[in-house]
Design a protein around this ligand. Structure first.
Ligand code: NDP
Ligand code: MG
Length: 333
């Protein structure tokens, strides 16, 4: 069944005229959504703890940030744009008691509500998720475009909340690109699956394993870096513009033949079985519970994994090579 997609004409911004929207957190999504909504004529209150660069940023953008508790009290629509792993505790300690009847609890990722770390109790929950990072949500809006988004409602939420959601999506520019109707479960589970299996986990391991294979066979790490990591961007850009077919149209016939011969030897039936197991663990909440437990116990293994890859040969040679390519806006963490 094809998805239902909403555009500008399906959304009525005037529904938000007498409402206050509270944006909790002025990070990647918070800074973008707050500014876009304000420029769309909405009343926006920013909740942001003091003493951080994001607080100063909100002030420099003309907001007067208040505490998360005060912002929650002020809002009719309250959007929690804090890191997923801290939302549950912050909701319990600073947000829950400040919600009034009739308020709408919002988020841009269903993780906490779907897996039960946040219980909205009697409050209707609304998800408006831009399908892109905050800086793009902001920069596209500024040039008259919009990053597409998703809309989902908690079970039993009213048609009025749906209409307010579309108005909100219009306010951040998302209906310019299109807003797809989904559910909390579908958004949360597909988002986690995509980042684990392809975008972050799958692709990082693939790149590292291929790099190690070449280096172990005696090839120079610089060569391995270019072939296994650097050129990935060229391929992904082709995917992005015209899908798999356009990539195959663009590369040489030799590359295309090798693609068909070797690709299925790398992604095997075992890999597909493992993907299904990863999906099951996401669906059953195993991954979510592990992540929150890891965070609560100090995230030691998370940090040591981060350090391990930071020191990997591909990172060492990459840091050196990227400095030589002046057109790359090279970054270091
Ligand atoms: P960021 O990490 O960019 O921003 C987090 C914000 O929360 C900052 O303002 C930060 O303030 C504040 N914060 C962090 N920890 C605490 C704390 N313990 N107490 C109080 N405030 C805190 O988050 P994102 O914008 O990336 O993510 C927000 C939500 O949006 C998440 O649900 C995420 O899944 C979702 N999302 C994110 C996307 C993205 O591209 N980033 C895309 C789509 C959805 P401070 O500076 O003081 O730490
Ligand atoms: Mg995602």
């Amino acid at each position: 069944m094809a998805a239902t997609i909403y555009y500008d004409d399906d959304a009525d911004l005037s529904l938000l005229k007498d409402k206050t929207i509270s944006i909790l957190g002025y990070g990647s999504q918070g800074h973008a959504q707050a500014q876009n909504l304000r420029e769309s004529g909405c009343n926006v209150v920013v909740g942001q703890r003091p003493g951080s660069a994001n607080y100063d940023l909100a002030v420099s953008h003309g907001f007067e940030p208040v505490s998360l508790a005060e912002a929650t009290q002020a809002g009719d629509l309250i959007n929690i744009l804090l890191p997923d792993e801290v939302q549950g505790d912050i909701f319990r300690d600073q947000i829950r008691e400040n919600i009034s009847p009739g308020n709408i609890l919002m988020c841009s990722h269903g993780f906490n509500i779907h897996f039960g770390f946040i219980d909205p109790a009697g409050t209707e929950a609304l998800l408006i998720a831009p399908k892109g990072p905050g800086h793009l949500v902001r920069s596209e809006y500024e040039v008259g475009g919009g990053v597409p988004g998703l809309i989902a409602l908690s079970e039993g939420a009213s048609a009025e909340t749906h209409a307010l959601g579309l108005a909100y999506a219009k306010g951040i520019g998302a209906t310019r690109g299109g807003v797809i109707e989904t559910t909390f479960a579908e958004e949360t589970e597909t988002d986690l699956f995509g980042e684990q299996v392809v975008l972050c986990g799958g692709v990082s391991e693939l790149v590292k394993a291929a790099f190690e294979t070449l280096v172990d066979a005696g090839y120079q790490p610089e060569m391995a870096y270019f072939e296994c990591l650097h050129e990935l961007k060229l391929i992904v850009d082709l995917f992005y513009q015209g899908g798999l077919s356009y990539m195959r149209y663009s590369v040489s016939n030799t590359a295309e033949y090798g693609d068909y011969m070797s690709g299925p030897r790398i992604i095997t039936d075992d890999t597909r079985e493992e993907m299904k197991r990863v999906l099951s663990e996401i669906q059953e909440g195993v991954f979510a519970r592990n992540w929150i437990a890891e965070h609560k116990s100090g995230a030691e293994s998370f940090k040591s994994r981060r350090q391990l890859d930071h020191d990997h040969g591909i990172e060492v040679v990459g840091r050196k090579l990227r400095k030589l390519m002046s057109w790359i806006d090279s970054k270091e963490v």
